[in-house]
Design a protein around this ligand. Structure first.
Ligand SMILES: Cc1ncc(COP(=O)(O)O)c(C=O)c1O
Length: 445
């Protein structure tokens, strides 16, 4: 097949075939019939992603390489932040973001075991997991409906002399009250970690300028797991404007090492053998000096290659999500006597991850969801509902491993009465209309 071709020509030939394969077998549009499965989310891609993936695999560099560099550069540019680190999942991104705050390099602001982190229980577990695993204390505050985000009127009550940080997600794309939370953090010298895993592309206006969520606090995190706003299969990112936090994030991601040489590159700084660290002998190889108890949470270059192609399409994904959300909300506007419909936070233009609804009194969520599911429309709960009620809390429930401030009435209401359907960019108006019809029927039944 490759006769009379050099390597470059052979590669181009393979990639041409890959593009043709993708066009023929992956991007076939099937006509929608009522009752066909409508997933809450799915990958949206074309031959560009597949060509990049194969291109990267032909290079066989495997670990972080040129596609990773490109992704980190382009993603930073998109977000308008100085530093971005690609990692292997959104949960890893949260782990690193939190662990970065435990670095001794932060002096007085280091989060120590027993220190408190304000968060919510109505969300995804791995926003909270690293806090518990490290031995810091999550302090749970209730949320509001229909924003499904932290109730900022409870923040001052949640504060103690041990509070060091606030770490919360922008729920399903709807930004939390960044103005109030940021002002609270600034007032009390607290770190703010924005779990932006479900909100990539959401815009929030603060201090007179429009910014993307994830870039307003000290650290932001993303997930690129398939249902999310863009995908690499598995993947995530940690971003910040703070050079010291960036250095610490890289250290935690890359085995805890002190050295900043990229993989496969030696003596980048020119001081590999001439410094003294910890109690090591003078001149000990800097490549093997560890300033943190770190991990290896890097992604592969194949994941980054897919991400580079997704990023180019990303602005159109956000617009489609906004359109789908607005259309579904319009079609369901007459259900307000039975359902609480979602509402965007003040000062925001969300990049919606899904369409959240809460059943009003007298409407049985289980019945509604069963009807919708049995008519082909996939539904989801708001992840854990109330995280404290899960078996993972059995061992620590009622102990000092966490604190609850006030009641969690709205959190519990979400656990019993809330569900959501998708608005992902692969959805058509026809599917949205069908979803609205099925939801209407479910409420009548
Ligand atoms: C808010 C939030 N944070 C973190 C994550 C974890 O991301 P990943 O699945 O990539 O680990 C998720 C996952 O869906 C999420 O919804």
């Amino acid at each position: 097949m490759f006769e009379n071709m050099n390597e470059q020509q052979a590669r181009e030939e393979i990639l041409k075939q890959v593009a043709a394969y993708c066009d023929k077998y992956h991007n076939t549009k099937k006509e929608f019939k009522e009752g066909d499965r409508i997933p809450y989310a799915s990958r949206v891609y074309d031959s560009e992603e597949m060509v990049n993936l194969v291109d990267s695999s032909l290079e066989f560099w495997l670990t972080a390489g040129r596609y990773t560099d490109e992704f980190e550069r382009e993603f930073s540019k998109y977000l308008g932040v100085r530093f971005c680190s690609l990692v292997n999942s959104g949960s890893s991104a949260n782990l690193i973001a939190f662990m970065a705050l435990t670095s001794p390099l932060l002096g007085e602001r280091q989060v120590k075991r027993g220190d408190e982190v304000i968060t919510v229980a109505a969300g995804f577990p791995t926003t909270v997991t690293p806090v518990i695993q490290y031995g810091a204390v999550p302090v749970f505050v209730d949320v509001t409906i229909p924003q499904y985000n932290i109730d900022v009127t409870k923040l001052e009550e949640a504060l103690s002399d041990k509070t060091k940080a606030v770490m919360i997600a922008h729920t399903l794309g709807n930004p939390f009250d960044l103005e109030a939370v940021k002002a609270f953090c600034d007032r009390h010298n607290l770190w703010l970690v924005e779990d932006n895993c479900d909100a990539l592309g959401s815009v929030y206006e603060i201090d007179g300028s429009k910014k993307l969520t994830g870039t307003i606090g000290d650290i932001g995190t993303s997930s690129f797991y398939p249902p999310h706003h863009m995908t690499m299969g598995e993947g995530g990112a940690v971003y910040t404007n703070n050079p010291l936090l960036h250095r610490i994030v890289r250290s935690f991601r890359d085995w805890g090492r002190d050295c900043i040489c990229p993989p496969g590159c030696d003596n980048f700084c020119g001081h590999r053998f001439d410094k003294q660290y910890g109690q090591l002998p003078l001149g000990y190889d800097h490549k093997y000096v560890y300033s943190h108890f770190g991990y290896n949470l890097k992604a592969t270059d194949m994941q980054a290659a897919v991400g580079c192609a997704q990023l180019k399409k990303f602005p159109s994904f956000v617009e489609k999500r906004r359109h789908n959300f607005a259309y579904l909300k319009e079609l369901l506007s007459d259900c307000a006597d039975k359902l609480i419909l979602p509402e965007a936070a003040a000062h925001s233009n969300p990049s919606w991850f899904g369409f959240l609804m809460t059943c009003k009194e007298g409407v049985d969520r289980t019945k509604v969801v069963n009807y919708i599911e049995s008519h082909g429309v996939q539904t989801r709960m708001l992840f854990s509902g109330n995280l404290i009620k899960h078996p993972c809390f059995d061992d620590i429930r009622g102990t000092e491993a966490y604190r609850v401030v006030g009641g969690l009435e709205q959190t519990d209401r979400i656990m019993t009465s809330t569900f959501w359907v998708g608005v992902y960019p692969g959805m058509t108006d026809e599917k949205i209309e069908y979803m609205a019809k099925v939801i209407h029927e479910a409420l009548e039944g």
